[in-house]
Write a protein that binds this ligand. Structure first.
Ligand SMILES: [Zn+2]
Ligand SMILES: [Zn+2]
Length: 214
């Protein structure tokens, strides 16, 4: 996923989700990184489902695909609203493998990914399962750092879409984890906050080193 050129197909897929007016103004926004204090803010509920919200959502998608990542909360671009986007971008089994031009080394192919953009406004988690899943998580606000985090394996989620309509769905697997990770951002919590103090300090030190080397 990391080496496919995600931005090329962006416009086509988002056309189906958003009217063209929003696409023309779409912009990649700056992603806040630790230790930016804004990431610790608790985001406030969305109350107005207007064009400004739709423009924000379009920007979140464009910024996420460009990064590239699989989820992005509004606060990660400095907007403290309870809005987030997720696209797990699974491999598309029907597509022909594509020659990778993003990597050096020997020629190799990647399976193209499918776009499955999802918008969550004012999300809530109901009935989290007692059994847990462990995923190695990363975050666009904590670049290059990955660590295993335990979260409820199954959740019932309730949220609103960009028009204010309420949805409810039972989720498991990576989708359940991704939504819980993104919802943590709405409370000012990062995935590294789930680690032991020692592991968190190690992760932040590693990030500091990577930044100095860059
Ligand atoms: Zn590659
Ligand atoms: Zn994150």
């Amino acid at each position: 996923m990391l080496c496919s050129n995600l931005s090329e197909t962006l416009g086509n897929d988002l056309d189906e989700v958003f009217p063209e007016t929003y696409l023309t103004a779409m912009a990649i926004r700056e992603i806040l990184e630790v230790p930016d204090p804004r990431l610790k803010q608790v985001s406030t509920p969305v109350e107005t489902f207007d064009d400004e919200l739709k423009a924000l959502i379009a920007d979140l998608f464009e910024t996420m695909y460009d990064a590239p990542g699989i989820g992005l909360a509004a606060i990660q671009v400095g907007v403290p609203l309870r809005a987030l986007v997720i696209d797990l971008q699974p491999d598309d089994p029907d597509a022909e493998p594509e020659l990778c031009e993003a990597h050096g080394g020997h020629a190799h192919y990647h399976q193209p990914v499918k776009r499955e953009p999802r918008v969550f406004i004012n999300p809530e988690i109901l009935d989290p399962s007692e059994d847990l899943n462990i995923y190695s998580e990363g975050c666009l606000s904590v670049p290059e750092i990955y660590a295993e985090v335990e979260r409820p394996a199954r959740i019932r989620a309730r949220w609103q879409d960009e028009d204010g309509k309420t949805h409810e769905e039972v989720m498991d697997g990576l989708m359940a984890t991704a939504l819980q990770h993104e919802m943590d951002h709405l409370e000012g919590i990062l995935f590294i906050d789930h680690l032991s103090r020692l592991k968190r300090q190690m992760a932040l030190k590693k990030l500091e080193k990577l930044r100095k080397a860059a």
